[in-house]
Design a protein around this ligand. Structure first.
Ligand code: GLY
Ligand code: MN
Ligand code: MN
Length: 420
């Protein structure tokens, strides 16, 4: 509210999403809305009006309704929004349209999320035009509609202590799940069976669901970056790449581990794995306050490109192979992203066209990889080796902290766990 001046912010939660027939997807709140309210119900809208004498924090939500609650579950109602969520005032959601116009009168700017929920955008625009029609009576309509993300997402980018507690929880549950998956993996098991072990551990840990669809990719499937069918049988001699993370109270973890289906890395698998692991550690060392964000990506690319030369996958000189992006054939994604309530979290990556500097409280992933699809010009021993290693890293005052350190990634540790 301090950043909004004479503005008003209007923040809707997410709408229900139809799945099929009369079945809906499980409701998951909008991240911006939940960040500001922690209010878990659908059909809710937050309005912030700094300096309004009757109350600055206003919630519109579903009313209590005995019959509906018997069928569909409990509701806070307007009293619950005030008592349990610290709203100054709360009104039934059905009154939003009529109340919004008067709340917006004489405010300079409307801060809202634009483009995410088109139906809601038109309600906001409708309310603004209603006020314009009343201008002869002396009220003035907001002159600007501003993207709330500009102010809110910079706040979401720097995690507070309460948020980090939830992120640590998501990270710990996810690390335990990856270990369980390693133990459950052997030749003849299906990818979906490993997925079931993993997601069972998420749920046992109190996570409601994965933060994104789990990728459980054996053998050549690991070379499809967003493979989520998870339906193949795991073969002796192949690697298994798992990219999966739990969501805990709307905060995500995002971990990737790659390990041998039969519990022992082959020579070529080990050779590629060691390059990716070194790239990951080198990149992680470049995550520190005041370091430009691009440093850790560049660090990973350098180690990976050197590795590609040593393995005989690329021929030429390192800097030229980097400049011409020849490494992209085997490493085609960036080294990471912001992590928070959304797995690819909000927050700008560049400021005035320059990669921004890291600051304490930011959380990002470090996830280099190497993906060698079968091809005629590549020695067969490398075919279908796809490896990614991904951890979640908090920028601290002195450097960084690996939030997902409990998920083993050293070759010896993984082999030991799988064969114990
Ligand atoms: N799991 C999505 C990602 O790693 O970015
Ligand atoms: Mn991932
Ligand atoms: Mn990621």
């Amino acid at each position: 509210m301090h950043l909004m001046g004479e503005g008003i912010a209007i923040v809707p939660s997410a709408p229900h999403q139809s799945r099929n027939g009369d079945v809906q997807f499980q409701f998951r709140p909008d991240s911006d809305f939940y960040y500001l309210t922690h209010f878990p119900e659908p059909e809710a809208v937050l309005v912030l009006v700094p300096g309004r004498p009757e109350g600055e924090f206003i919630m519109f939500c579903r009313e209590k309704d005995e019959l509906k609650e018997t069928w569909d579950g409990r509701r806070e109602g307007v009293q619950g929004a005030v008592n349990n969520y610290q709203a100054d005032q709360a009104f039934p959601i059905d009154e939003l349209e009529s109340k919004l116009t008067s709340l917006m009168e004489n405010r300079d700017k409307v801060f809202t999320v634009m483009g995410r929920y088109p139906e809601f955008d038109s309600e906001v625009i409708h309310a603004v035009s209603q006020i314009r029609n009343k201008q002869r009576s002396g009220v003035h309509a907001p002159g600007e509609i501003v993207d709330l993300g500009h102010v809110l997402h910079e706040m979401r980018l720097i995690k507070r202590k309460e948020e980090l507690k939830l992120m640590r929880q998501a990270a710990n549950i996810s690390a335990a799940a990856h270990m369980r998956a390693m133990k459950a993996t052997k030749p003849g098991v299906y990818e979906y069976q490993v997925q079931a072990e993993l997601e069972c551990e998420f749920r046992l840990g109190g996570s409601e669901w994965p933060a994104y669809p789990s990728i459980v990719a054996g053998g050549e499937n690991a070379c499809i970056l967003h493979y989520t069918e998870n339906r193949c049988e795991l073969a002796d001699g192949d690697l298994l790449l798992i990219d999966a993370g739990a969501e805990y109270d709307c905060y995500a973890a995002d971990i990737t581990r790659t390990f041998p289906v039969n519990g022992r890395y082959s020579g070529p698998q080990k050779a590629v794995y060691e390059v990716v692991l070194e790239a990951q550690k080198t990149a992680m060392a470049a995550v520190a306050p005041e370091r430009p964000l691009i440093d850790y990506h560049n660090a990973a690319v350098e180690v990976l490109t050197d590795g590609m030369i040593d393995l005989g996958l690329l021929q030429g000189e390192r800097n030229e192979l980097i400049e011409t992006k020849a490494f992209n054939r085997f490493y085609m994604h960036r080294t990471g992203h912001w992590l928070g309530m959304d797995v690819h979290d909000v927050g700008d990556y560049k400021i005035d066209e320059e990669w921004r500097e890291l600051e304490p409280g930011m959380v990002l992933t470090v996830e280099p990889g190497m993906y060698i699809a079968a091809a005629e010009d590549i020695d067969e021993k490398w075919h279908n080796i796809g490896i990614r290693i991904e951890d979640d890293v908090l920028v601290t005052r002195n450097g960084n902290e690996n939030l997902t350190i409990k998920a083993p990634k050293e070759i010896d540790d993984i082999e030991h766990l799988m064969n114990d």
